[in-house]
Write a protein that binds this ligand. Sequence first.
Ligand SMILES: NC(=O)c1ccc[n+]([C@@H]2O[C@H](COP(=O)([O-])OP(=O)(O)OC[C@H]3O[C@@H](n4cnc5c(N)ncnc54)[C@H](O)[C@@H]3O)[C@@H](O)[C@H]2O)c1
Length: 364
Amino acid sequence: MSSLSRKLRFGIIGGGGIASAHARGYRALEDAEIAAVADVIPGKAEAFIQKEGLQGAAAFDDHRKLLELDLDGVSICTPNMAHYQTTVDALRAGKPVLLEKPMSVTLEEAVDMVQTAKNTGTMLSIGFQPRYDPNMKIVNDIVQSGQLGKVYFVETGGGRRRGMPGGTFIRKELAGAGAMADIGCYSLDMALNALGYPKPLTVSAYTSNYFGTNPKYHREAERFDVEDFGVAMIRLEGDIVLNYKISWAMHMDTLGSTMFLGTDAGLKINPAGSGPWSGVWDGRVGSVTLFHDVMGHHTESKIPLHDHQIHLFNEKVRDFVDAVRHNRPAPIPGEQILINQAIIDGVLRSAELKREVDIELPEL
Ligand SMILES: NC(=O)c1ccc[n+]([C@@H]2O[C@H](COP(=O)([O-])OP(=O)(O)OC[C@H]3O[C@@H](n4cnc5c(N)ncnc54)[C@H](O)[C@@H]3O)[C@@H](O)[C@H]2O)c1
């Protein structure tokens, strides 16, 4: 039976928190099913299958066993440090990959993942569900229409006041980085995608973790060794400068809006915050305001958005499944997100060296 008529079969690697959102996404589709789940913790894949009502799906504690099955693609939902090996193994097994963010732990890994996708001719798509927010399209349309004129400065980031995760997110050996990668990758994607993903040239960054390492603020303080705050100035090709800042915790309500300054107009984007934090680009845009004419008057278009995280997530899975079915390119290609990863890599290097660093992207 051709892939156009039969039900497509997918696997999930990593059966933790976010895997449930992927399972919900696949369940919402009539033309797809979850045929297998793998998790390194013995019994966890089976428990996930039970919990998510995926009876009939095969359970494994080694992703390589799952990859031996006849599958049309996989969702990779492991902690960051396991993204590289599972992705490369899946691509080598010819399975299209929908990989959770952030893409990888290092730039080197991201480069190798993209190279493997190219060499094997297999799709690698990164799961940034905020891309499916209709307001993101408005932002892209405004920036790409040229109505801002020449964009010379962009400021983006997110500021949680009290929003530090724990577990696998706070240990460098498992997560690779902290807030700058975990939530920062979304802010970077919003700004860079609107700009057409220009290449980064240099990064000068500062990071700290005064909150995560303080037992007053974090119950796993003694294990916390990633950054909970970071700020960076990034030079992009095309004479654009990007100011990028993120916090998981701070004594402030917000780090401000995202803004694009252009020679003809400016664009301000307020995030739709919720919970004991605000200002995080976690998939919901609050309002988009276009300032034209530097002489004074401005036009506002406020688009309130209710909580539609589930919808965005389902859209990301649907788009991946559609791309597999119709043999289309990756919806959010690894090659593009490599640039996002290069900036995060540059931030970590610069913060450690306490000086500006160059970003070198290999030709792929
Ligand atoms: N897109 C989003 O909105 C979103 C939200 C939360 C987390 N995430 C991302 O999803 C990933 C997972 O986050 P989570 O909160 O589900 O973490 P989690 O710790 O709840 O789950 C990860 C699971 O992967 C398993 N695992 C680890 N190594 C494995 C391997 N080699 N093979 C198979 N299974 C393995 C773990 O045992 C665990 O069950 C992270 O990269 C995170 O950044 C994305």
